[in-house]
Design a protein around this ligand. Structure first.
Ligand code: NAD
Length: 428
């Protein structure tokens, strides 16, 4: 196991956008601010457990294929590990490692009793039938079933895994025990023990942080112009909720391009257009813009909710927004972070801004353990309290230490995880 860890950390191709390098860089910056001792840094840099699984399945044509799956548990110091599983051809162990570490910090920032994990299977779901995806899911679940569980590690959806995949995972895990174990996974369909409000929780949580940031910098959100990159689950619901709250959504985009109307767009009309054409691009009541142009448009709030590494040293100086709320994971490179901070732009970091999803996953887990389900209003009001408390803690840390919000969020998270490790003790 140790050899694997060393291999990952030493041989990773450390480009500036390598996620593991970025994650470790952010960690070291916060660890420096905390003056954290080297021994504790070693513990926190290293994942607690890495599982590499062979996932053999029979294809629809009868042939046998073998896929590789990973589950990385970065930390369990504050509770069971928590994190999504992605199915993508570009999944690597380095990436899963970095994402697992970010999950530890994300859960700690919002102060929910979880550690961090992430998983992935190297496969291309676009080239697989639904039945093949089901077989991969069930076999991968079996392969990791000794290390997951409601008190050990609780997976969730991520890139190209959805609530159906979570239902298969829950069903496979449950069949080993002979009874239903809903709390082994979150992001399940409502019929299989999912939570109300889960499908837009990331966006609602993001909006709560935008509202608090706006109050702090004296920005009125009534009529404020907002640009949203990515019009999937996170982007669409962010645009919808901000529009309902009186903002003007001036631009949105997806992988095929963006649209801009300085007088505002109706998110529902745009969604209808996307549903009928496959993209927001070409919407009649707007002009087309590129994804790059969208980031530099005149607006007060920018929500990158598509891909990682879109705000870079090449465009950060031209961002006009006063608030950047990271709906996506990792949309800002470290170089862009420094530029935006120097320009006085408030960047609400991903581990805070998009933590609403894992927070309502936590609520789903609690409901599943208790077999007592909450109303949507209860879910949302509890989410608001978690997000506002987390925002305020990070904001106060930012002000008291004179550091950017990303470093402040890491400082709080690392302090909480370090305290848990210290009080539990290094064993033996
Ligand atoms: P999704 O697949 O529903 O939507 C992704 C959107 O991004 C799509 O509209 C897609 O067209 C667009 N996109 C793809 N390539 C793009 C490009 N080159 N430029 C602009 N847009 C592009 O995914 P999602 O669940 O909305 O997740 C979006 C981001 O938010 C990801 O980074 C994800 O990790 C992060 N996130 C999601 C959740 C959640 O609960 N869904 C929670 C935390 C973080």
């Amino acid at each position: 196991m140790d050899e694997v860890v060393e291999l990952v950390l030493n041989e990773a191709e450390l480009t500036s956008e390598n996620p593991l390098k970025v994650a470790l860089g952010q960690f070291e910056r916060a660890a420096d601010a905390l003056d954290l001792e080297e021994g504790m840094r070693k513990v926190l840099r290293t994942p607690k457990r890495i599982v590499t699984a062979q996932v053999p399945i029979r294809r629809d044509d009868g042939s046998i294929d073998v896929f590789t799956g990973y589950r990385v548990q970065h930390s369990m110091a504050r509770g069971p590990a928590k994190g999504g599983i992605r199915y993508h051809p570009d999944v690597t162990l380095e990436e899963v490692n970095a994402l697992a570490m970010w999950m530890t910090w994300k859960c700690a920032v919002v102060n929910i009793p979880y550690g961090g994990a992430k998983g992935g299977v190297v496969c291309n779901p676009k080239e697989l039938s639904r039945a093949e995806v089901e077989r991969i899911t069930r076999r991968f679940t079996l392969e990791i079933s000794d290390v997951i569980g409601p008190q050990r590690d609780i997976p969730a959806p991520d890139v190209y895994t959805d609530e159906q995949v979570m239902a298969w995972l829950m069903d496979t895990y449950s069949s080993r025990f002979g009874y239903t174990v809903p709390a082994v996974v979150t992001g399940k369909p409502l019929e299989a023990g999912g939570s109300l409000g889960r499908n837009y929780a990331t966006s609602l949580g993001c909006v709560f942080t935008i509202e608090r940031a706006a109050q702090e910098i004296g920005l009125s959100l009534k009529g404020a112009k907002v640009a949203v990159q990515g019009y999937g689950n996170v982007g669409y619901h962010c645009a919808r909720i901000l529009h309902e709250n009186g903002c003007q959504i001036v631009a949105v985009s997806d992988s095929r391009g963006g649209i801009y109307n300085a007088n505002g767009l109706d998110p529902e009309e745009v969604l209808a257009h996307k549903r009928s054409t496959g993209s927001v691009a070409g919407f009649a009541k707007a002009e087309d813009v590129t994804n790059e142009e969208l980031l530099e448009l005149p607006c007060e709030v920018l929500v990158p909710a598509g891909l990682e590494n879109v705000l870079t040293r090449s465009n950060a100086a031209r961002v006009q927004a006063r608030i950047v709320a990271e709906g996506a994971n990792g949309p800002t490179t470290p170089e862009a972070d420094d530029i935006l901070h120097d320009r006085g732009i408030t960047v609400i970091p991903d581990i805070l801004a998009n933590a609403g999803g894992v927070t309502v996953s936590y609520f789903e887990w609690v409901q599943g353990l208790q077999q007592l389900f909450w109303s949507e209003d209860e879910v949302n009001s509890r989410l608001q309290k978690v997000m506002v408390d987390a925002f305020d803690a990070v904001w106060n840390e930012t002000k008291s230490r004179g550091i950017d919000m990303r470093t402040a969020a890491h400082v709080i998270a690392i302090e909480r995880v370090t305290s848990a490790i210290t009080i539990r003790g290094i064993y033996p």
